[in-house]
Design a protein around this ligand. Structure first.
Ligand SMILES: [Zn+2]
Length: 325
């Protein structure tokens, strides 16, 4: 984990491995201090707080959660007394998608030989994802702390004269997707609307909405974008990810018309230049999303998470690449 200064008053903490759960956090060291996203477990959250304390020694007054996923909210409890801000949908969604118990159980399960073997036989993808997480994460002690200041479309902060705009853009990757724009510093904290140098994973939302949101990122014309995952970038990060999503949607459509399953489609679609990104087999999720739209499924149709992790595993095996999430 390293801290980078992004502009005069904006900072980012980045997890270099850039695999699932390696989410970034942000800090604006004005107006009492604002932290954006709180990491995936308490050790990472503590490390993030220590790094940020070099440029903001006090406990930050505010936390923003860019959306409801666990890797962005599981450090919330360490910000005792802070105001936690998020889109109105987030607290209810968090209870379901960011319940730490499930992941805690998985990590304990894969750490135990016999349980791991049973899981490997039933759900090889889930076991592989659990083992990968176990290398870096320990969710013991994580308790869900929900946001309390909620907004619908837009929320503005004035930090000692520097405006900060929270703009609701969901659902594109998740229901609560919010981007944080600091116009004076030409910085956007994009949350998981943007994945950089790793394959995007989207859960709830549509391609159309995601494209609109990427276009908005470009229109805001920031000098630096802090992605939810991956290194810092400029607007080229947004246009490259849009090109990827367009490519996957187009290829998926061809496979859908040829009546392939989404899993077979993901095995067949070439990674192309995107094979360089982390965890390319996460392609499966983007194919499945395209299929959902082609089938006219609702954007909030639930995911079978174990089956999804198993499908990513199968795609990686079929392509002869390392299984990685
Ligand atoms: Zn994330």
């Amino acid at each position: 984990m390293e801290m980078k200064q992004v502009s005069d008053h904006c900072f980012a903490v980045l997890n270099e491995k850039n695999r699932v759960c390696d989410a970034n956090s942000g800090l604006i060291n004005l107006g009492g201090g604002v932290v954006i996203d709180t990491q995936s477990d308490l050790p990472h959250a503590r490390q993030m707080i220590e790094l940020f304390s070099k440029v903001w020694p006090a406990m930050p007054k505010r936390v923003i959660n860019t959306h409801e996923d666990g890797d962005h909210v599981w450090g919330n409890q360490l910000f005792v007394g802070a105001e936690i801000i998020a889109h109105r949908s987030v607290p209810e969604r968090m209870k379901h998608v960011a319940n730490p118990e499930e992941t805690q159980k998985l990590l304990h399960g894969v750490a135990d030989g016999p349980t791991r073997q049973t899981l490997e036989a039933m759900h090889p993808g889930v076991a592989a994802a659990g083992l990968q997480l176990l290398e870096d994460y320990n969710l013991d002690g994580v308790e869900l702390v929900l946001p309390t200041t909620l907004f619908d479309t837009r929320y503005e902060l004035d930090l000692d004269g520097t405006e900060v705009h929270l703009i609701y853009v969901g659902p594109c990757h998740q229901v609560g997707d919010t981007i944080i724009h600091v116009p004076k510093e030409r910085v956007v904290f994009a949350g998981d609307v943007l994945f950089r140098q790793c394959t995007p994973m989207g859960w709830t939302g549509s391609y159309e909405k995601w494209f609109q949101c990427i276009d908005l990122l470009v229109e805001l014309n920031p000098e630096v974008i802090v992605a939810g995952h991956g290194p810092l970038c400029g607007i080229e990060g947004a246009t490259e990810m849009k090109a990827y999503l367009q490519y996957v949607r187009d290829e998926s459509k061809k496979c859908f018309e040829a009546e392939l399953t989404s899993l077979d489609a993901a095995k067949r679609i070439e990674f192309g230049p995107y094979g360089e990104w982390r965890a390319p087999a996460r392609l499966y999720m983007n194919v499945e999303r395209a299929y959902r739209e082609l089938r006219n499924d609702p954007p909030d149709a639930p995911w079978d998470t174990p089956a999804t992790f198993d499908a990513i595993y199968q795609v990686a095996k079929a392509k002869g690449i390392e299984v990685e999430y």
